[in-house]
Design a protein around this ligand. Structure first.
Ligand code: NAD
Length: 356
């Protein structure tokens, strides 16, 4: 790539592009904001005035025809992720697709096949892996913990979340012409919360402790609060417990404990819009010493994009969520749903449902 800079196009000018992706393209050391695309023309023009891409498009197909474009960030509603990522791959572009990858196994398999066929990089946007604290914890676990006994992880979004984020962020610019799915994504909150938040929790769990074999889930819902407690068996024998609670009455509460032969790791993660890395305490039994990185660079979305560019331009191994792992997360969400319906443990390779 010319000057070793990845030319990135952002599809979608909605809130996540405004809060994370445009700025990541602007600040990233090895990327540039080459083009942006949105069918809502008013939003497209407003974003072009702010972020100064080289080109703007209201038609994604036209954006993909541009031979100078190297890669696309797909920042649209969940339902559109795979169909539009497939278009990009067919056009020969690398893809960073927002999380969750999809609501269905079939769609994930289609994209895996297309990415392999065209030999392109496709990464799923679980940006928590690029939180310096979480990535330090991951490497420490690999290097020093040996066999793991157990992982506990929790993700509890809170009632006061928007009080905090409205103070931190500018209000998103919206358009009545924005393209939305033909159903209300928030009509089924069990599905919506699992896809929006549960997918992050499952990604963190499998990033730190490996592939999930089976789950046994329970769900309690009172008023507007949803609480999933999930017993997990990882394929490597690690015992797991996941707590996904949405609208906890308290502060944002997210983190993890990991116990291994060689030590233990404790992590506290912050609301992502504070751009503050997780605080982690990583203990080595052989030294009887704990390590805690400072994590001064808390812009995990920019770090995610820079790492994606390094996979493409420098052949670095993918640290982000691979397509296969995105599929495993979809299977995990399906297994949790099935387990709640049936009241028993469900193996991820023995699902009766294939779409959320
Ligand atoms: N990683 C994170 O922390 C995080 C946080 C928030 C949202 N997200 C994810 O980001 C994605 C987008 O969220 P959002 O709230 O910005 O979505 P949104 O639906 O509000 O905005 C998407 C924009 O894309 C445009 N669009 C959709 N289809 C298009 C098409 N075919 N051609 C041109 N434009 C098109 C729409 O007009 C809209 O303006 C979702 O999948 C969501 O789950 C991730």
């Amino acid at each position: 790539m010319k000057d070793h800079i990845l030319k990135v196009g952002v599809l979608g000018c909605g809130p996540i592009a405004q809060f994370a992706h445009f700025e990541s393209c602007q600040k990233g050391k090895n990327v540039e904001l080459h083009s942006i695309c949105d069918r809502a023309d008013d939003l497209l023009q407003r974003m072009a005035q702010i972020w100064h891409p080289h080109k703007t498009f209201s038609d994604f197909d036209k954006m993909l025809e541009d031979p100078k474009l190297d890669a696309v960030i797909i920042a649209v509603s969940d339902t559109f992720h795979v169909p539009l990522a497939l278009k990009a791959v067919e056009a020969g572009k690398h893809v960073l697709v927002e999380k969750p990858l999809s609501h269905s196994i079939e769609e994930c398999l289609q994209l895996i096949e297309a990415a392999e066929k065209h030999q392109l990089v496709v990464q799923v946007g679980h940006m928590k892996r690029f939180d310096e604290g979480i990535s330090y914890a991951h490497d420490f676990i690999q290097e020093h913990l040996g066999r793991l006994f157990a992982l506990k992880a929790w993700y509890c979004d809170n009632t006061q979340r928007y009080t905090a984020t409205d103070n931190l962020q500018p209000l998103p610019i919206k358009s009545k012409f924005a393209v939305k799915p033909d159903f209300n994504e928030k009509a089924d909150l069990e599905r919506y919360y699992m896809m929006a938040h549960g997918s992050h929790l499952l990604d963190t769990a499998q990033y730190l402790a490996g592939k999930i074999g089976s789950v046994h889930a329970r769900l309690r819902q009172i008023d507007n609060a949803w609480c999933w407690f999930v017993h997990v068996d990882f394929e490597n024998g690690t015992l797991g417990h996941l707590d996904l609670t949405i609208k906890i009455r308290g502060d944002w509460h997210e983190g993890f404990n990991v116990y291994g032969e060689g030590g233990s790791v404790f992590g506290k993660t912050y609301n992502p819009w504070y751009y503050k890395s997780s605080e982690v305490q990583c203990y080595r039994e052989d030294q009887q010493v704990s390590y805690s990185p400072l994590g001064a660079d808390g812009f995990s979305y920019r770090r995610q994009l820079e790492a994606f560019a390094e996979v493409i331009m420098d052949n670095k191994p993918m640290r982000g969520t691979k397509l296969q792992e995105g599929l495993d997360i979809v299977k995990g969400m399906l297994a949790i749903k099935q387990s709640i319906r049936e009241g028993n443990a469900v193996y991820l390779d023995n699902l009766k449902i294939s779409a959320l």
